[in-house]
Write a protein that binds this ligand. Structure first.
Ligand SMILES: [Zn+2]
Length: 499
């Protein structure tokens, strides 16, 4: 865990060069010691432009940091940016150019986070940055680390709205991290016998299927065979998931957004199909707004002996493992926590990142992909804005590919214009995966391809509509930048284009 210094660990005293003026924030010592006791290593990532500006000397800075170490340490690494940034006020603005004039380390640039991870012998994806302002969260995202914002009275409301996670104080931040770690920890995943065949279900969209990937790999590690039940919209993504041995595609009328009527004959056919898979167990993955119980009932009818699911609704005897998860946990960890509760953990060495049955993309990353569509229209960026993004990228010398599904040909043609290369409707999912894997970055809203990018390690420029939690649905463990107004009410158009 990497902590910002001023305003996070200690009260902010602008350009402080005096160790006697160091005052830890309330509860800092106790929160840090709890994290150390849990086996986490701690570091500090701090901008100290006062050095370059002559507000204090290197010796003053060393004495102040030594005092902090004495009061709150020891820290396993200190990463300090001593550089000045002439564009400081610009760089702090939401959506601002971010460190354009300066070094690679001054937050919001990701250098300090990357260097801290390296110093700790790990990768940014396994780090959490805790800070009090937006640029701490931007630096975390740009490095591919998680972020927890602990606001002070100086934190702006838009910074709070855009943060992937927010805690009231350092104690709360420690609680959040320890709870997330406990939820997916292998300690929960103990069981007596190895099942021969397990059904995993994720019956909605491609993106939902992709974020469930780590949990499905956990089940696959503990079972001889994994049968996946998916919907028609998630089928192509399910085929790309490692660990899936067999796929059953079915449109479930209690999940599908355009549902067919429920009738006895259909439910009977589904029951027979599921019974024919021969599974003894099932782990039912759902989104927070879906119910696992109708499928649990069908699986009981099909003779499945052990069923696990997340359910706030009372399940009676439908579930053997009734799991509950607080809101705001990243979706891949939410699913992993259900797998763990059912007795399945990722084997050591399998990091809980998204992953596909495909190699990495071409080296060089000579182009950028803009994906203007969205599986949920309310989440899509306005086409005119996507068009401007393509023009701006092309104007800056980038090759821009525009991608979209068969229903998005017109949208893609418009967005590509003459500046971009229009691939709308011309990519089956495996092609899209290859294209995204080879890209320098993907510009996309909150929809399936964002999770493809996370799965192939391509950085995401996220045009994330604030209809659901960014911390839960944002790109997972891959470098990201979030653009747009996180305080905008859902379903209203954004401000007119700036230019
Ligand atoms: Zn620097």
């Amino acid at each position: 865990m990497l902590f910002d210094r001023d305003g996070t660990l200690v009260h902010d005293v602008p350009y402080n060069g005096d160790p006697d003026r160091v005052r830890p924030v309330d509860g800092a010592r106790e929160a840090l010691d709890r994290l150390r006791a849990a086996g986490l290593r701690l570091g500090v990532v701090t901008n100290q432009s006062g050095l370059a500006r002559g507000h204090f000397s290197a010796a003053d800075l060393a004495r102040v940091n030594a005092r902090i170490d004495e009061l709150l340490g020891p820290f396993d690494t200190w990463q300090i940016c001593p550089h000045d940034d002439p564009a400081d006020s610009d760089a702090d603005a939401p959506g601002g150019p971010g460190g354009r004039a300066g070094c690679r380390c001054r937050k919001p640039a990701p250098g300090l986070v990357i260097d801290a991870a390296r110093a700790l012998g790990t990768v940014p994806g396994r780090c959490v940055v805790v800070g009090d302002i937006g640029r701490d969260m931007t630096a975390a995202g740009a490095a591919g680390a998680a972020g927890v914002l602990v606001p002070t009275p100086a934190t702006r409301p838009e910074e709070i709205a855009a943060a992937p996670a927010v805690a009231g104080d350092l104690r709360g931040a420690a609680d959040l991290i320890l709870r997330r770690q406990r939820l997916v920890g292998p300690a929960r995943a103990t069981r007596r016998s190895r099942p021969r065949a397990v059904l995993v279900a994720r019956p909605d969209s491609a993106g939902d299927v992709l974020v469930t990937g780590p949990a499905i790999r956990a089940v696959a590690a503990g079972a001889d065979r994994v049968v996946m039940l998916c919907g028609p919209r998630g089928r192509a993504a399910a085929e790309l998931l490692p660990g899936v041995d067999e796929i059953v595609e079915w449109s479930l009328p209690w999940i599908d957004p355009d549902p067919a009527a429920v009738d006895r004959e259909q439910v009977g056919r589904l029951t027979d199909r599921l019974a024919a898979t021969g599974v003894q167990e099932a782990v039912l993955f759902t989104s927070f707004h879906q119910s696992a119980l109708p499928l649990a009932l069908v699986l009981r009818m099909a003779g499945v002996a052990r069923i696990a699911a997340i359910s706030d609704d009372y399940p009676g005897s439908l579930l053997d493992v009734r799991h509950r998860v607080p809101l705001g946990i990243p979706e891949p960890e939410r699913a992993l926590s259900l797998a763990a509760a059912a007795g399945f953990a990722l084997p050591p060495g399998d990091e809980p990142v998204l992953r596909l049955r495909t190699g990495p993309g071409a080296a060089g990353r000579p182009y950028v992909v803009v994906h203007p569509g969205s599986s949920v229209p309310a989440r899509a960026c306005p086409p005119v804005r996507c068009e401007q993004i393509v023009q701006a990228l092309a104007g800056a010398g980038h090759r821009v590919l525009v991608t979209g599904g068969p229903g998005e040909r017109e949208l893609c043609a418009r967005v590509a214009g003459t500046a971009g290369i229009d691939l709308g409707g011309r990519t089956a999912l495996p092609d899209l995966v290859r294209i995204i894997a080879g890209a320098g970055a993907l510009v996309v809203g909150n929809t399936g391809p964002a999770h493809i990018a996370a799965a192939v390690g391509t950085p995401v420029v996220s045009l994330f509509a604030p209809t659901v939690s960014f911390g839960q649905w944002g790109p997972y463990r891959v470098p990201w930048v979030r653009l747009g107004d996180a305080t905008a009410p859902a379903g209203t158009p954004g401000p007119p284009p700036a230019r």
